[in-house]
Design a protein around this ligand. Structure first.
Ligand code: AMP
Ligand code: MG
Length: 318
């Protein structure tokens, strides 16, 4: 689908217009102090699926939820004293915290890629802050560039990459930090998941030694967080004729008798929005030792990311 991408100035009117687009489920590129983010309503699965579609991301990496401050952040994640102290000292700023997801967070599971942790940041950029306040809820926002390209630090860069694929660009001038946020895991021992705009020394001064852990760029690489994505049940893919004991998950109108469907109408955005919840529902229906069979999903557009995730779910377990 080709969209008309509006250019919005960072005036009160431009921010109000951007917030209205976000409330309607649209996508707005917003300036932050690190890089421009491609923002969508983090509670709206369809909007979050559109983010992946606009970027043509081949995988569902978890996204950062952007918030107005600690109060909104605490509605999404469980903060202990340590997390609260770090947030109080370094927010707003170029620091993302990975914390346990609250069960009542209300985020689309696409934001967390089905994980039980959530990445949260409170940006310092006044335009990002104004937009978050006008919108009044969490915004999911990866960098506003097509997948595999360099992160954008000016509105022009966003337009060059995403015109026709998003609803608006909110122009807040060049980004001052220009590198991505530092990602700190606080779901356990403090762990540096990605170096970025806040130096490691600033974190060590508060928290003591920090583990150099993980690779936040590939949290879903095989062998890393793969277990978070795997249902208990066995999974078969591209199944057009399921066996009697399989929970069949359909896609498209041809799957008569399927117990569940990623999208009865065969819509890839709808299927992406439903993916993680459907994996859980199918697992619950299949029960211990049960089996799930997924109908074929086309290997195009968001179908690539859906199939990537389903292949991980079907991969042999260690
Ligand atoms: P970007 O939005 O492009 O800056 O990328 C967000 C980064 O945050 C990616 O490297 C993600 O893998 C990482 N991330 C987001 N959520 C989590 C999480 N729950 N656990 C670990 N890393 C995360
Ligand atoms: Mg990026």
């Amino acid at each position: 689908m080709i969209l008309i991408t509006q250019d919005l100035m960072a005036s009160d009117e431009g921010v109000a217009r951007a917030a209205a687009i976000l409330r309607a489920g649209g996508l707005v590129a917003m300036p932050t102090e690190t890089v421009y983010g491609l923002a969508g309503d983090a509670r709206n699965g369809t909007a979050v699926a559109q983010i992946f579609a606009a970027k043509a991301r081949p995988t569902f990496n978890p996204l950062i939820a952007h918030v107005t401050g600690l109060e909104m952040a605490e509605t999404l994640a469980v903060f202990d004293d340590r997390a609260r102290a770090v947030a109080a000292a370094l927010w707003p700023g170029a620091l993302t915290l990975v914390l346990p997801l609250r069960s009542d967070a209300g985020l689309s599971p696409l934001v967390t890629a089905g994980l039980s942790t959530v990445a949260i940041r409170c940006p310092a950029h006044p335009v990002a802050q104004a937009l978050l306040r006008a919108f009044g809820g969490p915004l999911a926002a990866p960098s506003a560039n097509p997948s595999g390209r360099v992160s954008p630090t000016r509105a022009d860069h966003v337009r060059a990459g995403l015109t026709g694929r998003i609803d608006a660009v909110l122009d807040g001038g060049p980004c001052t930090v220009g590198v991505e946020s530092t990602i700190l895991g606080l779901d356990g021992a403090p762990t540096l998941l990605r170096p970025g705009g806040v130096p490691l020394e600033a974190l060590e001064a508060m928290l003591g030694p920090i583990c150099m852990g993980g690779d936040a760029h590939k949290p879903n690489a095989p062998g890393q967080l793969a277990s978070h994505y795997a249902p208990e049940a066995g999974v078969r893919l591209a199944v057009t004729a399921p066996q009697a004991d399989e929970v069949w998950v359909g896609f498209g109108p041809g799957c008569k008798g399927a117990a569940l469907s990623l999208s009865p109408g065969g819509d890839l955005i709808e299927a992406a929005a439903a993916l993680f919840q459907t994996l859980r529902d199918a697992d619950a229906l299949a029960g211990p030792g049960g089996r799930i069979a997924f109908a074929p999903v086309p290997e195009s557009g968001l179908g690539r990311a859906i199939n990537d995730r389903l292949r991980r779910a079907a991969a042999p377990r260690n």
